[in-house]
Design a protein. Sequence first.
Length: 402
Amino acid sequence: METKKKTTDRQALPCPHAKKCGGCQLQNMDYPQQLAWKENRVRQLIGRFGPVRPIIGMSTPYHYRNKVQAAFGLDGRRRIISGVYQSSSHRIVPVDKCLIEDETADQIIVTIRSMMPDFRMLAYDERTGTGFLRHVLVKRGFATGQVMVVLVAASPIFKLQKPFISKLLALHPEITTIVLNVNDRFTPLVLGQREKVLYGKGYIEDVLCGKTFRISPRSFYQINPVQTEVLYNTAMDMAGLTGRETVLDAYCGTGTIALIANGRAGKVLGVELNRDAVRDAIANARQNGVTNCWFTAADAGEYMEDMAAHHDRPDVVFMDPPRAGSDERFLRSLLRLSPPRVVYISCNPETLSRDLDILHAGGYTMETAQPVDMFPWTGHVETVCSLSKPHSKHHIEKENTL
Ligand code: SAH
């Protein structure tokens, strides 16, 4: 079926870089066809567990990425170029404009490149390990309009720093902060460990579902905030919170779901493996004046085993695992904990299907699934589904008496 679609729907690709860049896998389909393809994929993978609603797409499926990254280097004639790495290689494909990236961010990157010769700023040369500028990362808060520019350089010695920053701010007054990140290693990672704030606060803020989140150069934040609101609002509706529940946000990252659930629940617990993300989650809670959220840095499965051992049972568990899905330990402890409701947010319907098999066998019913298109033009699709276990209270009491 898939093959047939690819041949019959072929048309002129909307982006001239599509083939070399490889970031947008569905360029050969128009937007309604992409939505149909994604919805169909979700239905094929999880339709056997329960009803799948029609996918929610974007009304304007362009320039949705609030985080843009460009690699800097030299072409064969030693001219400065900026763009993306050619798929599965380290060759830079020059790109000035991208269909899915924020347009302000793209313009700032082009401005920086055009300013470089005047300020004798060299692009980094990967072959020789010489030069200065390796990458530029721009993040923009769509709700707040705040813009962060991160210059990733091979060295902390930034000649003509002051006039460079003044000129950049004059050309782009929308920039609210500029950070120098030093990455002097041979590594595929964009950002290094050392940072120096050159202008502004060193972070930006954005508002999602009425909560404010701090975004620093290295912190994780959803890249399509418009659809993230749709996704999270759907997840909240599915959770059916009344204000009294104990909620667990497993794989909580920087606490977005936990903080959004906060006003609608009695108590919210968040668990996350990455310590930096937990630190951000705590800061985000403080920033929003939230007092009934608790965050813990731990393996989510281990944390739930502890909860089950203490007969501490949440009413609702939100789970938002990485692309690889959940692991056996997590699913086993979730079944042991046996919350009446689970809201599973997935960025990969294949691992979702695998995990649902286990939850289904453990007594959960999928009530409904809602696919949401978070990444138009790419092959990715997000799905949120609600699972319930009608007699889970009885089940846990029975288990405890064994
Ligand atoms: N819900 C968050 C982040 C989801 S991304 C948001 O929307 O912002 C998935 C998160 O799971 C990552 O932050 C990752 O660090 C975390 N993670 C991965 N394995 C984990 C595990 N075993 N236990 C807890 N968290 C884990």
